[in-house]
Write a protein that binds this ligand. Sequence first.
Ligand code: GCB
Length: 623
Amino acid sequence: MARKWLALVACALAMAGAFPDAAAAQLLPDRVLVNASGRAGTDLSGPWNWSVDPYRDGVAGFHGEAPGRTHQRYADVDVDAETRKDPYALWELDMRRAPVTSLPSSWITHDATMRYYDGLVWYQRRFEAAPRPGERQFLHFGAVDYRASIYVNGALVGTHEGGFTPFALEVTGKLRAGENQITIGVDSERSNDTVPPTVTDWETYGGVIRPVRLVTTPATYVDDAWIRLTGAGRIRASMTLDGPSAAGRPVRVRIPALGLTLSGTADSQGRWTGEAAAPRALKRWSPESPTLYDVRFESGEDVLSDRIGFRTLEVRGTRILLNGKPIFLRGISLHEEELGKEPTRAITPAAARALLSEIKDGLHGNFVRLAHYPHSEVMTRMADELGLIVWSEVPVYWRVAFARPETLAVARRMLAENILRDRNRASIALWSVANETPVSEPRNAFLTTLVRDVRALDDSRLVTAALLTRRDEKNGRIEMVIDDPLVAQLDVMAINTYNGWYSGDRLEALPAIGWRSGATKPLILSEFGADAKAGFLDAGLRRKFSEEFQAEYYRQTLAMADSIPFLAGMSPWILKDFRSPRRQHPVYQQGWNRKGLISETGERKQAFGVLADYYSKRTPDSR
Ligand code: GCB
């Protein structure tokens, strides 16, 4: 039913011209299973066997044929028992006796040789199930980076492309009472056609990077549920039921603390939307007061609970308004990498809290750009709780195959999966569709489609993209000109700018740089930054990579920012030094991008204090 509904949405959009290509329905996920971690089920985190398969022997034989049974890593077999029965049996694998690791995790945790491994790895474990008539079972994956093939009891149940978004596969009727086997083939290899493509500026961290859960639901269940505060001050809720009795079924949404109940009946497609005036007692979510409410979505015996905040967002002229009041976004960018000498992209609540608290309390910030892909749901939920406004983006990064319809299809599904996962997070204010993509006709068309998709899926947030500028120099005056044609499609313009780091501009010259845009829209400086190795002090020369250079770069760039009248926020690059195989200066970088304001272990560099001081005074009107 969920699929049917999404297909209908796709159809409606196709008629409106938003989905110009043919197989529109395939661009939306089969099912949402929103808030899967809040549902009854079994967490499959813990010990899994793993086995590396660099020549993809488990996928194809040496003449390209389908792999024989004894090459299938997913075969439902006890290899040891088979070889006891038949001493001539030849198996060159035995998943049950392969080394054990703990999932979720990226594979660099498994073995030192795995750091730069880019290819196929197999994972297998067994689990108990007790399927009951009238119930449905789903396997829900938080994220598998980059491609996943899932087998249950030896049979393929589904595949997924995209390393950072959730997906769910129905396994009703495929589970045995008692012991079952699940195998995941994870392939991290990307190409020029994937999203992101091969070359980025971060560590890949291939693997089953977020939790896997076996979720049980009633036959008809709430697949998607979304509640928000509309611009007109009303609470609007939508639900989508999936299952044989979805059509015409009563639904109810309750917020007990506000005494609010919305109820109605699902239509023939299992969909319902209802609204009511927001109760007077409603406390709006904001960074200063991040109020969340328990919300219950109910239909039949299915009850889905979540903690949700309510706020409004809009753009007026060159300002961003939160709950009707102008706000300056005092932010910083962040990769999905925990603090520590050997990060593995393990985002626990404690890891998320440590990073976000450094922004909120350390920098006096109210905003975080979660770059360059959807981060763990743990992070967006923590932002809700701590009170940080979030920019969320998909990895349409640098040189994507913009002219290729299949790549567009992948990006659109990824974007939909991200939005459908997080539409209930009050913290998320901006959906970004791209980062530093070179302007061309195919790129403009590709991104325009993504912008329309965002608007079709979520009318309660702002759309942006991190763009580049053109540089004009006349009579010695430098001007940064924002003339990317995509600006016309966006609510908020965003620019990455590195004058004085990647350009030869003197730092003292930065404050005099002018900024011009033909559009009357708010601007976010979505990136600016300079590398510094924590502890490298170089007061005499103030060379690049010294803490002094970075601190001065921040002082001068902030002075430049203050002269931009349409500036509504910033998310400099970046909170913490992060792993990047591109960055190999043997003294200063050693495999790390050093633009962090803190080192990988959390030491604050001088520039941290510069930004914290600036943010402690910055308001929408101060400059
Ligand atoms: C950028 C990219 C970001 C890089 C950063 C840098 O413009 O958006 O992914 O890491 O610059 O450090 O060069």
